[in-house]
Design a protein around this ligand. Sequence first.
Ligand SMILES: Nc1ncnc2c1ncn2[C@@H]1O[C@H](COP(=O)(O)OP(=O)(O)OP(=O)(O)O)[C@@H](O)[C@H]1O
Length: 870
Amino acid sequence: MSELTPMMRQYLEIKADHPDSILFFRLGDFYEMFLDDAVKASRILDITLTSRNKNSDGADVPLCGVPYHSANPYIAKLIEAGEKVAICEQVEDPKSVKGIVRREVVRVVTPGLVVDADCLSPKENNYILSFATSGEAWGVAYLDLSTGEFRLTELEGSSGACAEAACVSPREILVPAVFRENGSLASLSSVTGERIVTFVDDWVYDADYAGRVFRNQFGVESPDALGCEGFPAGVLAAAAVLHYLEETQKGKAAHVSTITPYKTREFLVLDETARRNLELTATMSEGKRRGSLLGLMDRTVTAMGGRKLKQWINYPLISLSHIKERQDAVEELLPAGLRGEIVGQLTGVYDLERLNGRISLASASAKDLVALRESLQRIPSLLDVLTSMSCALVRSLVDGIDPLTDLVDLIGRGIVENPPFSLRDGGIIADGYHAELDDLRSISREGKGYIARLEAKERERTGITSLKIRYNKVFGYYIEVTRANLAGIPSDYIRKQTLANAERYITPELKEYEEKVLGAEERITELEYALFQEMRVTVAAQSERIARTADRLATLDVLASLAELAHERGYNRPVVDEGDAIAITDGRHPVIEAMSLGERFVPNDVLLDGSENQLLMITGPNMAGKSTFMRQVALIVLMSQMGSFVPAGEARIGVVDRIFTRVGAADNLARGQSTFMVEMTEAAQILREATSRSLVVLDEIGRGTSTFDGVSIAWAVAEYLHDRPDHAARTLFATHYHELTELAVTRGRIKNFNIAVREWNDQIIFLRKIVPGGASHSYGIQVARLAGLPLTVIERAREILQNLEKGEFSAEGIPRIAGSRKNAAPKHSPQLSLFGGEGDRVVERLKELNLSVMTPLEALNVLDELKRMV
Ligand SMILES: Nc1ncnc2c1ncn2[C@@H]1O[C@H](COP(=O)(O)OP(=O)(O)OP(=O)(O)O)[C@@H](O)[C@H]1O
């Protein structure tokens, strides 16, 4: 170290505290990166790698850098690549220090803690999630720093914690360091797999320490004051987030002003499988929002509303009163006129939650403050419209919406209409806001006028009409005279610089004014920056009020979005009650119905209940619409419990505690499980956990193995679901095994249904209508033909099917399945022969006998002969 330059020594000392971040080391107008950081960053950012003064051992020091005023896109790119960036600033004015300036890391940007708009999608939250354990309980806490939303919960076992984490879908995960050694990390692999994992020192997970960080951040006596009693593991997980926040943000996250504990059982539980299978927020094949339920439902006009709608889909309610409150609000918002006025105001509201975050973290620009003001200015007219509404939910929203007129006024007075992006070049603060600033501005303006007058005066005095007063950074103001006019130069001009065809001069008078003007300008930019920062702090102090208002506006936006959807797509209000029935008339699949597939969507009815219609066994040809039908029932239930209207003529939903699905084949090779294994694991979970309040959707259970095994498993599963009266979950069971329709004969609560098709000239026409009774055929071959399988294959399949249906053996004892009219029968195969050797002769002898002419004695003799032969 001693042989290094002082600056390099400072660099290495700071870097030692941030080994896993790329260190942005501020040097003048640049952030420089050195050594390994430089090599890595130059590759990711595609910028030139250079080198700098050699090390003591003669090796080059790799170096690259980015301009400080345009650093954000570079930081965004590094974060996108999964890196962390530590921003190290000069914390002293270089002009006032001799030697090296002091530098400190002021902020660490990590993927889970980004707040810069460039790195975020407006309608998606960006969460950092933390796991902790306390005894048997697993705590999960997650924070979106950009909005300040912070929640915690507690679950049994790592699988529950994983399921919750998968739903949250965080960008970064905090894990106790000890998880690496005690095997817990491996049990989280399904969520940690492709995400950035940061290990936190084990001492952080301590109840006393947690109490301390809660006190610091939230100003409460203990976590219990925020309703966190009964969540010891959740509190530890949250404390780890706060600890990490302090380390990276250096105490600037005041907008993280509270935390909300919740129990997953307070919501309709959807595990990762159900969420994926039902394509709630992303499509199964491509993971896109478009084509998912969220993509269909989202009519929100603010980013905050978009994020909240996603949460409502992920956490449908089970409280009947809360569901009804939302429904009442949607109903009241149905008339297009009222809704139009509300949406019209909301459209002008920017992302208040993220503005609030940036303001608190001192990264907001003047444009952000203007956006805040413009958004808040919408509130009075919005409240005017809302006062005419009577439903309880909107009334309570109105009570929480704060027009924040103090801030509107402050920003309106203080900041110009259209400020620049940069905070360092002035032009931000409005005239009349601050007396000293106004004075400096008039000096600067007058000074400039004086220089213009001086130019005119000097032209007149010298008679040189082309004489100009100019300005550059090196010389300040100077007088420029072209070579041809040098003869007329007065003696008091002091020559400063000679150019090819001109000379540059200064005069004492010019310099005197220059000092005044430039001094004023420098002071103006400094003062404007200070005034802006002061205002940002004043606004930040109101972050709780802003957050509360933002949350209410987001809710209003979601309600209006649900109403818009109901209006546009002709949805109706479902009745959600405590009964056990799920009765839907003319139900449609919301997403498929909305895609124009060239075929009108055929509505269907369903009745599920705890008595005679507990398990519907649904058969029908491939492609008939079995999966669509079952998913539409699940989606209608879910939408009902979100408080939404539903795509059905009528719907009565006996509230559901959990939706289970086992749909289609999903390999999980990454987790080392085969398709069949995944299928059985999911089925096992359903049988273990479904209650009589649950809705179970099973699509072709058992299809991942041989037919006999598959039928047997499917049969036993259906029986089990039926036979546990206390846990008789309402079940939709689609299968291609027609044998299963026989269960309805012996099991009172199982009913058969099939999806009707009609055959016509060897073609199959899908009627898409669900009707009582079992299906007679699979029509698999017809569907295969529709799919374009070669005709010879189709013909051959048909032949084999006929043979199978006859269920006979050939003369050789070969199953007729393989027989063919065109192809010769395969050669006699010993394994397939019934008896082999002697046995064949016994068969031949038996065939020769003519029983109608034999006497009993002859028969007895032949029997004796046959007995001896074998
Ligand atoms: N009620 C309906 N009205 C109109 N079209 C429908 C309807 N139901 C399904 N479809 C169309 O039929 C297609 C096939 O439906 P689905 O996948 O549900 O069939 P399936 O019976 O589950 O088939 P398989 O047994 O092969 O899995 C859907 O993609 C959709 O385009």
